[in-house]
Design a protein around this ligand. Structure first.
Ligand code: DGJ
Length: 745
């Protein structure tokens, strides 16, 4: 990140106008009659004079108040509540000692600070060394509630962060029942709403639909963010496509219950509110104890959805994720043996895995005491004496002796009733008083809202990692909340459990990361069920789906790629017939599509057929030679993400655009052969590229005239085209080529 990118916040005291901007983006807020009003959000402006007027007349049924001549239900407000004149979806609801809503907030004072001041050290916060922060403090007229709105403009990207802190100004408790991280008002509704929704084995389905009168809400009350919905959405102008047009994306750095609502109101204005899900939430705001919402990030572009994704990818990679490290090619035991892992089996796989080019061996579920299946003993984390008679350490040592890394699966947030932990601490499980515990996958959830439970996990995981020289943890989470009660919280604080749980989870993860800065952590929730801006702040990579069919995994990653960078996606070479849908997929496709993000293998190396072994070996060698692009490259979608989602076509390049790969994957092919052309759009137009070590063309031509993709051969095929810049650059090196990986089988 260059220091020449700087954010600036200017305040014009005469007009009470704040202009937050950097080189590419401006956001303008004005105090009008004491209310905080959004005046502009878009490309950077030198100066905001306010040529676009605010509506200064009121409609019938307007509630008269001191905003006149403006009406509170048509003003584009920054953060508003119900029953004070604004009838739109509220951003907050706080009740006072009378049980009544605390009315409209008005500007009190502001501060401008360098960087990003975190309102709460445990919640994920973006790093913004070259950013600037504006904090506006608002009070209600009874001086009961203070709300601090934090706006941080990121220095090098068109990104604005928003976070809110509530303070109780009285000496009696207030109750927060709704606390959004952001509200964005627009004086029109000419947008399409793009959402990611899904299910286990079917994550990140992209839907694009016009905003229409009424409300559209996506949310989670599952305790985790997904997979039913991802806390991230886009408002795009109707003409916006992957390559051009206006789009505004919003996401939360949060992994728990959330909600966002897009509303078109009676006057055809629109509003987007995103934050905690009010459904199960109620927080006792005690005097002197602030409450902080998750941080939200707003990104803006005029250059299409790929550019919006580029901004989010850089935002997450440079400002949110742990500092960069090399993610390793993994052999994972799950689809090899399921729960039936053992010392003997893993040791037997080492030589073959090494020969294939594997860098990390991971023992998945089943390694601990009494775990023959998923009814087993979660919570104790002691190696099974039969499967691992000498513990895990000799396995780790044997793997390390070959120069490879050692990884282990854990599901720390869970507890089984047959565990010793449960026998000793039944009150550490989440539960409702007097009601039979509801299991899912035979397990209960630990009550991470309790600090003692967090401390226990920190100790257990620290010892596990330290004693066994663990280099990598796969952090899984395989059930959702039911009966979200905490045995130790008083009745009036039971609505706090979800928030306290997620905050507790972050504390455990953060402590572990601080203790073991080199430890790699993979985020998993039965696949991509908790892929969000919060988890990626503490993890290095994400298992995007338990559906390991390569063609469908591409489709899932294509959806996630709207927001999340290539470097977090994990793609493993898996068996055919596939273990979830029994589909037979060509070997070529299986090998090729395991290359994106972080590659690996999930079938037993020793049991591969000679053809499979050769394909995997060649693909890992190709991966190592092209790691810069395949693991850390820029990813551009060359086909629309929401149309025919079975067909994916990506351009992957390095940052300098001197190396590029065009990767396609198709579902069921048409019987009518038809050439498919794609424009590459994002190559450097000044460079000349060699295509597949054969012909040359300029970036300009490739961007505008495009390339013809190879004809798809049969269902579920995949293709790769390699482009290497040749202008003023050394000739391409003799890295293994696609043909060497495998031929169609
Ligand atoms: C769900 C994960 O997504 C799988 O990869 C595997 O780790 C299982 N859990 C183990 O129980």
């Amino acid at each position: 990140m260059g220091v020449n990118f700087m954010a600036n916040i200017e305040y014009d005291p005469e007009r009470q106008l704040f202009h937050l901007h950097n080189d590419t983006f401006s956001y303008v807020i004005q105090v009008i009659r004491g209310y905080l009003v959004k005046r502009y959000c878009g490309p950077a402006l030198d100066h905001f004079s306010g040529t676009a007027k605010l509506e200064d007349f009121s409609h019938a049924f307007n509630i008269q108040n001191d905003a006149a001549p403006y009406s509170l239900t048509t003003l584009p407000l920054e953060y508003s509540t119900l029953m004070g004149g604004d009838y739109r979806t509220p951003a907050y609801a706080v009740r006072n000692g009378h049980g009544q809503l605390i009315g409209n907030l008005k500007f009190d004072h502001y501060q401008i600070l360098a960087g990003n001041e975190s309102f709460n050290g445990t919640l994920p916060t973006a790093r913004t060394p070259h950013g600037q922060t504006l904090i506006i403090t608002m009070h209600d007229e009874t001086q009961t509630l203070a709300v601090r709105l934090k706006y941080t403009i990121v220095g090098d990207l068109p990104v604005l962060l928003k976070q809110v802190e509530y303070r109780n100004l009285t000496d009696t408790t207030l109750t927060i029942t709704h606390a959004a991280s952001l509200q964005l008002d627009f004086d029109d509704h000419a947008y399409d709403l793009i959402t990611l929704t899904g299910a286990h084995l079917n994550e990140a389905k992209v839907t694009r639909q016009p905003l229409t009168p009424g409300k559209k809400s996506i949310g989670s009350n599952y305790g985790a963010s997904g997979p039913q919905g991802v806390p991230a959405t886009i408002l795009a102008a109707p003409a916006t496509n992957e390559f051009a047009g206006e789009a505004l994306g919003v996401t939360l750095l949060w992994s728990g219950n959330f909600n966002y609502t897009a509303q078109v109101d009676q006057f055809d204005n629109s509003r987007l509110v995103m934050g905690l899900n009010p459904e199960l939430f109620a927080w006792q705001l005690k005097p002197g104890k602030p409450f902080v919402t998750p941080e939200a990030a707003v990104a803006y572009t005029n250059d299409g959805l790929n550019d919006l994704s580029r901004i989010f990818h850089r935002f997450f990679a440079d400002h949110v994720m742990p500092l960069p490290r090399k993610n390793l090619i993994e052999y994972n035991t799950w689809e090899t043996t399921y729960f039936d892992v053992s010392e003997a089996k893993i040791l037997a796989e080492i030589p073959k895995a090494e020969e294939l080019g594997v860098e990390l061996l991971v023992i998945d579920d089943g390694w601990f005491k009494n775990r023959p299946n998923d009814a087993g003993q979660l919570g104790d984390w002691v190696p099974d004496p039969v499967k691992f008679p000498h513990g895990l350490r000799p396995v780790a040592d044997a793997i390390h002796a070959r120069g490879l890394a050692f990884g282990l699966w854990v599901e720390p947030e869970m507890i089984s009733e047959n565990s010793e932990l449960y026998a000793t601490h039944p009150d550490w499980a989440m539960q409702y008083v007097g009601q039979k515990p509801l299991r899912s996958r035979n397990q209960l959830i630990l009550d991470l809202s309790q600090r003692i439970v967090q401390d226990h996990l920190i100790t257990v995981l620290t010892n596990l990692v330290r004693d066994n020289h663990i280099d990598y943890l796969k952090w899984d989470y395989n059930r959702h909340f039911s009966q979200p009660g905490s045995p130790v919280l008083p009745p009036d604080q039971q609505g706090e459990v979800g928030y306290r749980y997620t905050r507790g989870l972050y504390r455990v993860l953060k402590t572990l990361r601080d203790t073991f800065p080199k430890l790699l952590i993979e985020n998993c929730s039965s696949g991509g069920g908790r892929l969000d801006g919060g988890m990626i702040a503490y993890t290095d990579q994400t298992w995007t789906s338990d559906f390991t069919d390569p063609v469908y995994r591409m489709k899932i990653m294509n959806g996630f790629s709207l927001f999340f960078p290539l470097k977090i996606f994990v793609s493993h070479f898996t068996a055919s017939p596939n273990l979830q849908d029994a589909r037979l997929t060509p070997l070529h496709t299986r090998a090729l599509l395991s290359l994106v993000g972080i590659t690996g293998i999930e079938c037993p190396p020793s049991q591969l057929s000679p053809a499979e072994a050769a394909a995997v070996k060649a693909s890992f060698a190709f991966y190592k030679a092209n790691r810069k692009e395949l693991q850390n490259g820029l990813l551009f979608r060359l086909r629309p993400s929401h149309v025919n989602q079975d067909e994916v076509c990506w351009l992957i390049t390095n940052a300098a655009k001197t190396k590029a790969l065009v990767l396609t994957s198709v579902g069921v092919t048409s019987p009518i052969p038809h050439y498919q052309h794609v424009l590459l759009h994002y190559l450097d137009p000044r460079l000349s590229y060699q295509i597949d070590n054969t012909k040359n063309a300029t970036g300009l031509e490739l961007n505008h005239a495009g390339v013809t993709l190879p004809l798809a051969h049969g269902d579920f095929s995949a293709t790769l085209m390699e482009l290497t810049a040749v202008t003023n650059l050394p000739q391409p090196t003799a890295a293994p080529t696609l043909d060497q990986i495998t031929t169609q089988s």
